[in-house]
Design a protein around this ligand. Structure first.
Ligand code: NAP
Ligand code: MG
Length: 405
């Protein structure tokens, strides 16, 4: 083997839990460390370490990403009541993803990884549809009241400066019903817009954004206004230079057009739209293990992860000594995404090229018919298709990679 490729600046590594922790280790040992001379700033976000450090390790990891700009994260358990018992936890710790997202103030972007032998359900989709979901406000931070008897519901804004309150009657209830109050912040919408434009320029793709601004002429319209202002003031020139555009339309029109498009755009979605549409896209493209996911902060921090969880069911099989066939593609692409960004920031094209080679090796392996069980169920039938176990899949990728070096 030749010289290892030098990665100039550190990559923040966040280890995780269960089946993904096992695959993460294999990916590092087999696909990365033999080829890269890399400084790793390591944080163990496995549940035991989070518990032992009262979750300080998660905060330290987020701070390290702020310092080094690039992080890669394995999937982690978000404890529920059952996990508190299973791991004997001091408390039901928060989701590390939420903690990190909160500290970096980021937007999550997801995109499918396409292979020729697994076709999207929508036949016209030729290129990935990337989705950017606003992760603040709307129904996720709402107040709700069940109306059980007649009465008046009003929207009241009481200014802190003591000036006259602003009131609107929502409804004079003569019967039972329900009401909901939602909000958003100009600052959060603007940072969402910035993250979307940053991501799209980075990827060289158009931005599509849709809201219901014809009906919601203040709330949804504010999203449109801020995106427009932000685009005109800070992005138009760079977009024109890159040959990409920003396109706004009504959300229902956006959905209709997406279904008939060839893909290849970033679809910016309000919180609820993004929640629903990202699950629709993931399932239409095939498998959770074939999605990339990156948190982009408006301050220029990037955190790459898999969008799936720790694959608990497979882990229990593994613990019971049974063979598993778990797909490491999304974990590998978390590393290659981070390495490509590292190489780009450091001005080291050899690192970028190597990361691209790993990605090609993964795709070549799957397109060659060697795949894990989740993919075999989806792939075009072919006599050469073969289901391999978790470790063999990574070994086969290593072999494909060796063939390309
Ligand atoms: P999951 O880990 O995403 O797995 C759900 C199912 O999807 C699996 O049972 C498996 O289906 C399939 N699957 C997911 N990833 C796969 C892969 N790489 N290869 C093959 N099949 C895959 O979700 P979960 O089991 O609901 O959650 C487990 C833990 O993950 C939870 O503790 C949760 O808190 C955590 N979680 C973490 C993250 C994160 O850190 N980003 C995200 C979501 C969930 P079959 O069983 O049919 O094979
Ligand atoms: Mg959802």
């Amino acid at each position: 083997m030749g010289e290892r490729i030098r990665v100039e600046k550190p990559v923040v590594e966040m280890d995780g839990d269960e089946m993904t922790r096992i695959m993460w280790q294999m990916v590092k040992e087999k696909l990365l460390l033999p080829y890269l001379d890399m400084k790793i700033d390591y944080y163990d976000l496995g549940l035991e370490m989070r518990d032992r450090t009262d979750d300080q390790v998660t905060i330290d990891a987020a701070r390290a990403i702020m310092k080094h700009k690039v992080g890669v994260k394995c999937a982690t358990i978000t404890p529920n009541a059952a996990r508190v018992g299973e791991y004997g936890l001091k408390k039901q710790w928060n989701s590390p993803n939420a903690t990190i997202r909160g500290m970096l103030d980021g937007t999550v972007f997801r995109a499918p990884i396409l292979v020729k032998n697994i076709r999207p359900v929508v036949a016209t989709w030729k290129r990935p549809i990337h989705i950017g979901r606003h992760a603040y406000g709307d129904v996720y931070e709402n107040e709700e009241i069940r109306v059980t008897r007649p009465g008046i519901v009003e929207l009241v804004f009481t200014p802190a400066d003591g000036s006259e309150p602003v009131r609107r009657v929502i409804r004079e209830f003569k019967e039972t019903g329900i009401i909901q109050g939602v909000h958003n912040l100009d600052r959060s919408i603007r940072s969402f817009a910035t993250a979307c434009f940053t991501y799209a320029l980075d990827q060289g793709i158009d931005v599509w954004f849709g809201t219901k601004d014809t009906v919601s002429q203040t709330y949804d319209a504010r999203f449109r206004e801020i995106f427009e202002e932000e685009y005109e003031a800070n992005w138009k020139g760079a977009f024109e230079e890159a040959g990409i555009e920003y396109f706004f339309t009504l959300i229902d029109d956006a959905v209709a057009r997406i279904m008939k498009s060839e893909g290849g755009m970033l679809w910016a979605c309000k919180n609820y739209d993004g929640d629903v549409m990202s699950d629709m896209l993931a399932s239409a493209y095939g498998s959770l293990a074939m999605m990339t996911s990156v948190l982009v902060s408006p301050k220029g921090y990037f955190e790459y992860e898999a969008s799936h969880g720790t694959v608990q069911k497979h882990y229990y099989k593994h613990l019971a000594g049974e063979e598993t066939s778990t797909n490491s593609t999304a974990l590998i692409f978390a590393w290659t995404g981070g390495l490509k960004k590292r190489g780009e920031l450091d001005g080291t094209p050899a690192v970028v090229t190597f990361a691209q080679k790993i990605e090609e090796a993964v795709i070549k392996t799957i397109e060659g018919g060697i795949m894990t069980g989740d993919l075999l169920r989806l792939a075009d039938p072919d006599p050469k298709n073969r289901k391999v176990n978790t470790e063999d899949f990574i070994d086969q990728i290593r072999e494909a990679l060796e063939g390309m070096m």
